[in-house]
Design a protein around this ligand. Structure first.
Ligand SMILES: NC(=O)c1ccc[n+]([C@@H]2O[C@H](COP(=O)([O-])OP(=O)(O)OC[C@H]3O[C@@H](n4cnc5c(N)ncnc54)[C@H](OP(=O)(O)O)[C@@H]3O)[C@@H](O)[C@H]2O)c1
Length: 278
């Protein structure tokens, strides 16, 4: 699979395999094995998905060499702060059964628990991330669901800038301001929920466009995210879908990209990361 270079030179495969809502059982083991067989070398995990042990089992059983895999995890909202973040990393690495991560992200910037002192907490957490990075335990560090002002608050004090921002991105959820900011700061944008968490399949405009290209709505959405220079993270636990979602041998015309940009009916989760309640 093609890769994109992060600001530290680390190469990231341009499509990732999502694991949110993948169950804590053998279904997830098999999904991960199938994904690796089909050519995914980039897996997106998180402590909050409560399935990292199963994702790790799938990785081991797939037989993929550790150095051929790009593995991401995310620090959950309860674990902000310097000591807590270091401990959370150890737990996640143990659950996944690895001794390093390719990318570690702060999952959300303003957890309700730390709402009143979130800037200080993010900075402390980031200091732990920098330490993990220097120790070689994580090969790249970044954030998720961060708006420009959250990133600025880290940049003001950090020694190593965030390399990735993982945000929701799909038709009707274009996040133009955040993407423009990340481009300016040389931060790679990962697109989560590229199929709008399944809502894309109800969208008539997407169905019509997919039909014209002779592809599925899922393939159209993954390609759309790629052509917008984001790194889509696409989730499925269904073998045929896992396979099909990587068949992307077509190009969306400029005219159709604009038409998809204008779709408003494929609504996103509408979460404002300054005001999440978890
Ligand atoms: N950082 C964050 O806060 C955050 C938030 C959300 C997501 N993420 C990451 O991004 C990943 C992807 O986002 P997502 O899980 O929200 O959803 P998604 O990838 O947009 O959509 C997944 C849904 O679409 C279905 N699907 C997949 N391929 C399909 C196909 N070809 N035809 C029909 N249905 C298909 C899946 O069903 P089956 O699985 O049943 O096949 C599942 O219900 C997550 O798994 C996670 O790794 C991160």
């Amino acid at each position: 699979m093609e890769t994109v270079a992060l600001s530290n030179g680390k190469q990231m495969p341009v499509i990732g395999f999502g694991t949110w809502k993948a169950p804590s059982d053998e279904i997830t083991v098999n999904a991960v094995k199938t994904a690796v067989e089909c050519g995914y070398t980039h897996i997106d995990a998180a402590a909050a998905y409560h399935n990292e042990m199963w994702v790790g089992k799938g990785i081991r059983e797939s037989g993929i060499k550790r150095e051929d895999l790009f593995l991401t995890s995310k620090l959950w909202n309860d674990d902000h702060g310097y000591e807590a973040a270091l401990k959370a990393f150890e737990n996640t690495a143990a659950d996944l059964g690895v001794d390093y991560l390719d990318l570690y992200l702060i999952h959300w910037p303003v957890p309700v628990k730390f709402h009143d002192n979130y800037i200080e907490k993010n900075r402390e957490t980031w200091r732990a991330f920098e330490e993990l990075y220097r120790a070689g335990k994580v090969k790249a560090i970044g954030v998720s669901n961060f708006k420009p002002h959250h990133i600025d608050e880290i940049l003001e004090v950090c020694e190593i800038p965030p390399m990735v921002n993982q945000i929701e991105f799909h038709p009707s959820c274009l996040q133009e301001e955040i993407r423009a900011y990340c481009k300016e700061k040389n931060i790679v944008v990962e697109a989560y929920s590229p199929l709008a968490n399944g809502k894309a399949f109800q969208c008539e405009e997407l169905k019509e466009a997919a039909e014209r290209y002779g592809v599925t709505v899922a393939q159209l959405c993954v390609k759309y995210a790629l052509q917008h220079h984001t790194v889509p993270l696409v989730k499925s636990v269904t073998k045929e879908r896992i396979q099909d979602n990587l068949k992307l041998d077509f190009t969306i015309s400029d005219e159709d990209m604009k038409a998809i940009d204008a779709i408003t009916t494929c609504e996103g989760s509408n979460r404002d990361s300054d005001y999440i309640d978890f």
